[in-house]
Structure formats: structure tokens, C-alpha cells
Design a protein. Sequence first.
Length: 238
Amino acid sequence: MIPLADANPTRRIPYVTWILIGINVLVFLYELSLPTRQLDRLIFTWGAIPNNIFFAITHPVQTPIGVWLTLISSQFLHGGWLHIVGNLLFLWVFGDNIEDVLGHFSFLAFYLFSGIIANLIQTFIGGESHLPTIGASGAIAGVLGAYLVLYPWARVRILIPIIFFLWTVQVPAVLVLGWWFVQQFLYGAASLSSVASEGIAFWAHVGGFMSGMILILPFLGRVHRRQQPTYVGFDEEL
């Protein structure tokens, strides 16, 4: 199931969602311009390598700050056209509604924080791996988890390819996002005993999704508290 759009109007213009998409596209185009050796160096320098992150957690004083920064920088690197197009399509469809309810800056914090947690989950699952984890999918998975909590019955138009035909139907978000999560979980479980699946960060997807489900309500509550009007007392009548 490929999501194309949702029937869920917003009030705000999703500037941050657009900017995130733009940055990801620009970084990917830069990747495409690099020779293979330089591209490998870029990915191994700025991708989140589980072994390095695990060492940073257990030896924080001895860890250069650059290792910690890879928890964020890795979210803007991608491994191919299918990787980036799939990720940004989900962000385009579902990101605007989460930005709408959280506001621009809170949405950015929520997005990056979800991506960091996703990378940490992947680190704990594959702590000895020297393969870099790259891609926005962990952060976007957080957005999907938040969307499922807030808008489970919103209608989502999906594309279903059947042999040589393409069909579009509208289904509830809970069906689209629930099925996506089940797939990631099953692939992740299979990857624990399969070397062939190494390199695909399924547990980052699972961790990001669950973090989004958990974090959206505290983030939303913080936004609402910040928006509460300040009441000023009236002077007493003389």
C-alpha cells in the first residue's frame, strides 16, 4: 500500500515539513555528485554506526562529539532513489498534520528526537554492527506513530498495484499505518536470525514508530500549556 494523500485538512502551512523534504533532497543530490570513494567516506563519517554509538554510550567522556552528532546527521542521508522517495512520500502525506497540531518548532524537535530514539533502538539491537544506519525513516516513523494516535480514522488515499493495473482507494489511517508497523516488526524479528537482512534498520523503524506514539501526547500537552492565556488580575475597585 502506497499512500498518496490524506483527507485531513490543516490550518498551518507546513513550512518545517517542506524544509525537511528540501534538505533531504539537496543532501541526496550532493551524494549523487560524489565519486564512490568520497560517498563511502561521507556515509561512514556521518551515518550512525551502532558500534560507535554503543561505545559512546558506555564511554561518554572518551567519545568525540561527532559520534553523537551522527544521531542527527544520519537522518539526512539516503542510500538510493527508492529509499529517499519512499521516506519523503510518507513525510509529505502525514507530516503536515503533526506539524499543524504541534507548531513548527515543536514539530522539528519531535521529528529529530524520534529519529534519535530510532537510532538508539537500532544501536541496542545491533550494537556490534559496523554498518552505518542512514535515512529519515526512523524520524518519519515517529511522525507515523503520532498520526496513528491522533488521527486513526482519517481517510488515506492509497495506491495498490495489481499486476499491470494501478488502483486507488481510500482506507482509514489505522489500516495503512498499522499494516506498515506490523511489516517492520516482522521484518525486524526475521532480521535477528538472518544475515541477509543486515543493513536495513527495521528496528529503527519500529523504535521510531513506538516513540512517536508515546511522545506525541506529552509534546501536545506541552504545546497546549504554552498556549494557555495568561490572566491578569483586575485592580480592586476603590
